[in-house]
Design a protein around this ligand. Structure first.
Ligand SMILES: [Cu+2]
Length: 75
């Protein structure tokens, strides 16, 4: 098990209800240990076990609930 952290940009995250949906959707996945969604920057930081979950799955699970996401490239 190895923990990874990635940040995603979710442009359609507009209010607390969006934040709740996104947080619940991601945390309902086994393998996701922490989700921090920031409304002002539209960034969602996800901590996960990369043996159980990956970037594509994070993006597709957000897409399924109506929030297209892109990964934020690390500088
Ligand atoms: Cu909203």
């Amino acid at each position: 098990m190895s923990n990874k952290e990635d940040t995603f940009i979710v442009e359609d995250m507009h209010c607390d209800a969006c934040v709740n949906t996104i947080t619940k959707t991601l945390t309902s996945n086994e393998g996701v240990s922490n989700v921090e969604a920031d409304l002002s920057s539209k960034e969602v930081k996800v901590e996960y076990d990369d043996e159980q979950f990956d970037v594509e799955e994070i993006i597709s699970s957000l897409d399924m609930v109506g929030f297209p996401a892109t990964i934020k490239k690390k500088l």
